[in-house]
Design a protein around this ligand. Structure first.
Ligand SMILES: NC(=O)c1ccc[n+]([C@@H]2O[C@H](COP(=O)([O-])OP(=O)(O)OC[C@H]3O[C@@H](n4cnc5c(N)ncnc54)[C@H](OP(=O)(O)O)[C@@H]3O)[C@@H](O)[C@H]2O)c1
Length: 224
């Protein structure tokens, strides 16, 4: 079992993912800009896990330092500055980015124009020695923290350039959905996965649901 840090682990998405990973037996360290906030979030979630996993809190830097795998779950606004600060502490680690750079206006949600880039690619540029993988963009925090045993009606789409790091995250996805994630291709595909969340939010509003992604037509294992 791995030690998994969640940067921004006091927010709904970080807590939801942390809960799922700890429930599956991992040691989870919720990170925050405030170690007190992190400790309080971990304490509240600890009551909900009954498996062999564990939950603790730390400041973001310490959390990144002690983890084998680091999940970045902060708003896009703070993303670049935080990655620049954490860069050295992420060297050699698998870094999972689930950040969706979205804007909202009168017409609803939309993907921000980052040019030929994405939050995940920016993270890779800011932490060049990390192995950045994009994943968990489309799972809602509300579903993650729900009492559902597994979110087996959803798929986790995973993109990345490092095959070993991607394989690790494809496997980690099974702690949430009960099946490996789906290899969506190289890291640059994050340019399409991240803004796709705007479509899900728009559907949610229209149909009053919590929509997710499920891919049909897959057989066998992917060519990598
Ligand atoms: N919510 C969802 O359903 C969902 C689903 C899929 C993906 N996502 C993505 O996951 C990320 C986190 O979502 P969320 O809803 O959990 O966000 P959030 O509650 O707005 O933020 C998460 C945590 O990030 C930290 N944070 C906030 N602003 C920051 C800044 N400027 N610099 C550094 N840290 C900052 C805060 O922790 P501290 O104050 O304790 O440091 C906060 O608790 C977002 O990028 C979002 O697009 C969310």
């Amino acid at each position: 079992m791995d030690t998994i840090a969640i940067i921004g682990g006091t927010g709904p998405q970080g807590k939801g993912l942390g809960y799922r990973f700890a429930k599956a037996g991992h040691r989870v360290v919720l990170g925050s800009r405030s170690k007190e906030r992190a400790a309080a979030a971990a304490e509240a979630l600890r009551l909900r896990i009954s498996g062999s996993g564990s939950l603790e809190g730390a400041d973001n830097v310490k959390a990144a330092e002690i983890a084998d795998l680091v999940v970045v779950a902060v708003p896009y606004d703070g993303h670049d500055a935080l990655l620049a600060e954490l860069g050295d502490h992420l060297a050699g680690k698998v870094v999972v980015n689930c950040v969706n750079p979205l804007g909202f206006d009168k017409a609803g949600p939309y993907g921000l124009d980052l040019g030929p880039s994405s939050a995940a690619e920016k993270a890779q540029a800011l932490a060049p020695e990390a192995h950045v993988v994009g994943a968990f963009h489309h799972l809602s925090a509300v579903s993650l923290i729900s009492g559902a045993d597994l979110l087996d009606h959803e798929d986790v789409l995973v993109c990345g350039d490092d095959a070993t790091a991607k394989a690790k995250v494809l496997e980690l996805a099974a702690t949430v959905t009960g099946k490996p994630g789906i290899d969506a291709g190289p890291l640059r595909l994050a340019r399409h996965l991240e803004p796709l969340t705007a479509v899900l939010i728009s559907i949610n509003k229209r149909y009053k649901v919590r929509s997710g992604i499920a891919i049909s037509g897959l057989t066998g294992v992917p060519n990598r």
